[in-house]
Design a protein around this ligand. Structure first.
Ligand SMILES: Cc1cc2nc3c(=O)[nH]c(=O)nc-3n(C[C@H](O)[C@H](O)[C@H](O)COP(=O)(O)O)c2cc1C
Length: 426
């Protein structure tokens, strides 16, 4: 019911090239200043931006700066009679293609989840029939607080889309973690992908997609494990992008500390063996994208109790066993192989040569290769520069946000699947 309301709401979005009407609600967080850059970039792309600022937001940026950048008046007060006659909160909530809340404070999320309408921002959010994209920004402890977790879960169930938060330094000295507003280019990509997916008429509607994401944790003993630096950001963005294109998505995720994408079924696993079992269980699928950084090895026999450090003994020798190769297993299935199998190759040298070998040896259809030693900090970072290897050759894409990489890969996958289906029908 919520989904159909959202689909209906989104169906009135027109194509990417035409101007969109965006209602930006700025909350009272330290990251509010980033909205000035966001407004500038949205306007550069031809979009019309109207802004509502909460009372707290006006402590961080002035309505005057926002009005100068939008070339429109800024709305701040629910009880402004002029506004109510000319353009009341109901019209503000409807005369738009998308509502973006950035930065979304913990307080604003709580009031949205509770259905409050005590100021202009919350009244609009309660009255709207348009899609809403929320970009939270707050201290990591606020984000991880059980109250915020509950509110976020509730909002996701209500059909609200989230982008971020990102991991990084906080404005407060010495504080870091999950809670930063996503960088402006990523917010921009998230906004524009809402328009593109809506106009594409959901090319993955009726398709099943499996995405793996994040690292795996292979236990050494009850307290230690073998892992890697994968954050899961690229895999989660892929799952979100596939869902936005209408797919029924199962995201099999290793242990990560990032937000969950909206509209996907999440299966949480820890080890490579669990991940393979979850992938097999999620079959059949039309597309399988293996973006997880699966540990190649696990302990042959994990210790059942903590390995004790002893000054006299030599360090323990860890005997490793090879983990199952999830990509190869699924790509080489005789029965039930997904028509499009995409693997990821994280390399630190000779990226394309290694990826070419991987494409052949695993039996995958595509390999997405990236150089994880690159200075842009692919592992854990927000951006990626990939090479796409297919039977047609190698394409090297420029550096872009992981959200943009995801939407491009998934759009390509949808087109490829359509060609396969057309060929099969002929
Ligand atoms: C200096 C300062 C920075 C703040 N930064 C944030 C923030 O980044 N995220 C957040 O959720 N709240 C932050 N707050 C608290 C909010 O401003 C406060 O909860 C307010 O009620 C939010 O109102 P609004 O959601 O209507 O904008 C900050 C407060 C101060 C004084």
């Amino acid at each position: 019911m919520i989904k159909s309301r959202l689909l209906a709401a989104r169906s009135d979005l027109t194509d990417l090239s035409s101007a969109k009407r965006i209602l930006l609600i700025i909350g009272g967080g330290i990251a509010a200043y980033k909205c000035l850059d966001l407004i500038r970039r949205l306007r550069e792309r031809g979009h019309i931006v109207r802004v509502v600022m909460t009372k707290a937001a006006q402590q961080f940026v002035t309505p005057l700066s926002v009005a100068a950048l939008t070339n429109e008046r800024v709305f701040t007060d629910l009880f402004d009679l002029d506004d109510e006659r000319e353009i009341g909160h109901i019209r503000l909530s409807r005369d738009t293609d998308l509502i973006v809340v950035a930065p979304a404070t913990a307080d604003l999320l709580a009031r949205m989840a509770g259905g409050h309408a005590d100021n202009l921002a919350t009244a609009i959010l309660l009255a709207t029939d348009k899609p809403v994209l929320v970009a939270p920004a707050m201290n990591p402890r606020m984000w991880l607080n059980p109250a915020t977790r509950r509110n976020v879960e509730q909002l996701k169930r209500d059909g609200i889309d989230f982008v971020g938060p990102a991991i990084g330094e906080m404005a407060e000295r010495g504080e870091a973690g999950l809670g930063r507003l996503v960088e402006v280019p990523d917010l921009l990509a998230a906004i524009e992908s809402r328009f593109s997916s809506a106009s594409d008429d959901k090319p993955l509607a009726g398709c099943r997609v499996i995405v793996t994401s994040g690292p795996t944790h292979e236990p050494i003993d009850p307290v230690r494990y073998i892992a890697n630096r994968s954050s899961g950001k690229q895999g989660h963005e892929l799952a979100a992008a596939a869902a936005r294109l209408g797919a029924d998505v199962t995201l099999v995720s290793g242990p990560v500390s990032i937000g969950e994408p909206a509209g996907v079924r999440i299966v949480r696993v820890s080890t490579a063996e669990e991940m393979l079992a979850a992938v097999k269980h999620a079959l059949p699928a039309d597309i399988a994208i293996f973006a997880a950084a699966v540990a190649d090895w696990r302990m042959a026999t994990p210790n059942t109790s903590k390995i004790k450090k002893s000054t006299s003994d030599a360090p323990p020798a860890l005997t490793l066993a090879e983990n199952p190769d999830i990509l190869k297993t699924i790509a080489q299935l005789r029965k039930g192989r997904p028509p499009l199998v995409v693997g990821f190759a994280a390399e630190t040298n000779d990226v394309i040569a290694h990826a070419k070998k991987k494409l052949k040896s695993k039996g995958a259809d595509w390999i997405v290769a990236n150089d994880v030693s690159s200075p842009i900090g692919v592992m854990g970072g927000e951006r990626n520069a990939i090479h796409l290897l297919t039977s047609a050759g190698v394409e090297s894409w420029p550096e872009m946000s992981k959200a943009e990489v995801a939407i491009r890969i998934v759009t390509r996958a949808a087109a490829h699947l359509a060609t396969l289906k057309r060929d099969a029908a002929e």
